[in-house]
Design a protein. Structure first.
Length: 580
């Protein structure tokens, strides 16, 4: 039985194909279209998934969509009516999009895929919940989903048991932690639904001096984690922007323009926001535990990508085990709806536990060589053993290396198959990569990939974290050993690596350890600022040549930047890629 899950038309469009309850392929549309956070119908991603399985759309038994568009349309209309006439301009902007596209999703699916079978729609937060619980290792778990907004829900609490999910409590629009966080993202001069993760990095540089002001004027938080926003300061429910002038007056600063410098004020606002987010997430999790008394927790929704808050939940709540699927945001809804149809609607017994994050396209050595030869690109071919030894040696010498291997990762994190790697021991490496490779803000941290068996030696959190979804303290004795991946506050958003999940990446880090006695490499996503993570050999080569990377490894092929001919382009990188 083949089931295709689809999410699209808001942000991070994606597709997932399952066969008899097991994932065959999953990918976000942005990786193929090269448009970051692409929200359009994921036709390229769907075609990839079908090709991976060797089938056509006619072989599908069901197609699932990750929310209920008509219910969402009802919420939008109700909101505009409730704030009339303030939302009139936004209403005129939104209605053509809805009337021409978003309420015609069954027609679009049938037309784009030439599909005549059954289409099933489920609630947005149910998709989130299913994307985590139904692939978790738990037969029973508490479930917490938090995002911007689905149809009406912005956060839900509930539990899962075997193949069924029960969402028992909710917070409803316009009160939303996700939109609250996005409002501050907008105020601090970053792009909404794109750069929220930057605020996490910036927050560590500041102090939460605005905590009292925000909790007095903008948000009321209850002991159980429920909250209400003072909508007098926000505009997202009626306008095309997130905040209004009252918000700016409250902080006595106008919204930062993207080109303006970041000051201590902005750092302190970010720190205050993150403290409040941590508090709400921890209180919601604690109250959920009190309701369920289940030691296992499944998190989902865009806010579940806030690894700082996730770390606080792990440290400060009674939950003993936490599972988060790596594409916790809207892209993950494609996984959730497909699984929900198979396990919860069709009531099959669960038999699939999430094994890794590598569900995207893969390119063979033959395909990589064909690309290199077709472009007359010089390279050295090495067998696996010599490749690992040479790359580990280059890393130990301070070289920065693009690492392109196996199937592309699912979710926003590069986890060792589409990564840029470097030596974490060099205290100057963070600034070097931000400036010379990624062309991005200097406050942005980098992640350590470390061998799973050494996590307890280097980190306060000694449990597997294969998807970079938790932040924890680096032990004080190790901070000077791996300064390039230790954030300014002494923490790290880490990835643990074991041989079962990614044998090649594990062996590379192991060889680096043999040379340096440090079982850690610096890992960041293989992309430039404003660009999606690379998907194909062509994407990887162009990114390599447009940046200051020293070497590129694709499959068994090693490329030295010094041997490459200059890239023939008339544009600079900042004219090619739209800043994020």
């Amino acid at each position: 039985m083949y089931i295709l899950g689809i999410s699209c038309f808001y942000h991070d469009a994606a597709a997932c194909l399952i066969k008899d309850g097991k994932i065959i392929a999953a990918a976000q549309e942005e990786r193929f279209s090269r448009k970051k956070h692409d929200q359009s119908f994921p036709l390229r991603a769907v075609k990839y998934c079908l090709k991976e399985a060797g089938i056509t759309a006619q072989d599908l038994n069901y197609v699932g969509f990750y929310d209920k568009p008509l219910l969402k349309f009802e919420r939008i209309l109700s909101t505009y009516i409730s704030v009339f006439p303030r939302g009139l301009f936004s209403f005129y902007h939104a209605m053509p999009i809805w009337l021409k596209r978003k309420i015609w999703i069954p027609y679009i699916i049938r037309k784009e895929l030439n599909y005549k079978g059954k289409i099933i729609f489920i609630n947005h937060h149910l998709s989130h919940a299913a994307s985590s619980f139904l692939v978790s290792p738990f037969s029973e778990a508490a479930i917490l989903t938090i995002d911007g907004v689905g149809e009406w829900s912005t956060a839900t609490q509930g539990f899962g048991r075997e193949n069924q999910i029960y969402l028992t409590h909710e917070i409803r629009f316009p009160h939303s932690l996700g939109l609250f966080y996005s409002a501050f993202t907008y105020y601090l001069g970053f792009r909404v639904n794109s750069a929220e993760y930057k605020i996490m990095g910036l927050a560590s540089y500041g102090k939460p001096t605005f905590y009292d002001l925000i909790t007095k004027e903008l948000i009321t938080i209850q002991d159980d984690g429920s909250f209400k926003l003072n909508m007098n300061y926000f505009a997202y429910h009626y306008g095309l922007v997130m905040i209004n002038r009252k918000f700016e007056k409250l902080f006595r600063h106008q919204r930062r323009k993207p080109t303006e410098a970041i000051t201590e004020f902005h750092e302190n606002v970010a720190a205050s926001l993150q403290k409040i987010t941590n508090e709400i997430m921890v209180k919601l999790a604690r109250s959920l535990y009190q309701k369920t008394k289940i030691p296992n927790l499944c998190l989902a929704g865009g806010v579940a990508l806030n690894c700082v808050a996730n770390g606080k939940i792990y440290e400060e709540t009674p939950f003993k085990n936490i599972f988060i699927q790596p594409a916790a945001g809207d892209a993950g809804g494609a996984v959730g709806v497909a699984l929900y149809i198979y396990y919860s609607i069709l009531k099959h017994k669960r038999g699939f536990v999430w094994p890794h994050s590598y569900w995207g396209p893969e390119f063979t050595n033959q395909e990589i060589q064909q690309y290199l030869d077709s472009k007359s690109i010089p390279y050295e071919r090495l067998d696996k053993g010599n490749l690992i030894k040479k790359v580990a040696h280059l890393l130990s010498q301070g070289k920065i290396i693009g690492w392109f291997q196996g199937r592309m990762e699912w979710g926003p994190r590069a986890l060792g198959n589409r990564s840029i790697l470097a030596d974490p021991r060099n205290p100057e490496m963070k600034d070097m990569i931000n400036k010379r490779i990624k062309f991005r803000e200097p406050f942005r941290p980098f992640a350590p990939s470390l061998l799973e068996e050494y996590a307890g030696e280097y980190l306060k959190m000694d449990v597997p974290s294969p998807y970079m979804l938790f932040t924890t303290e680096v032990k004080e004795s190790k901070r000077t050993i791996i300064p390039a991946v230790t954030h300014v506050d002494g923490t790290a958003r880490h990835q643990t690596v074991n041989r079962q999940q990614n044998s090649l990446y594990y062996d590379l880090i192991k060889e680096f350890y043999n040379i340096t006695k440090v079982p850690v490499v610096l890992n960041t996503s293989f992309n430039l600022r404003g660009e999606p993570i690379v998907c194909t050999p062509s994407d990887a080569y162009l990114c390599f040549m447009r940046s200051g990377m020293d070497y590129l490894v694709m499959g068994n092929y090693l490329l030295d930047k010094k041997e490459q001919a200059p890239l023939k382009e008339n544009l600079h990188w900042y004219e090619i890629f739209e800043p994020d």
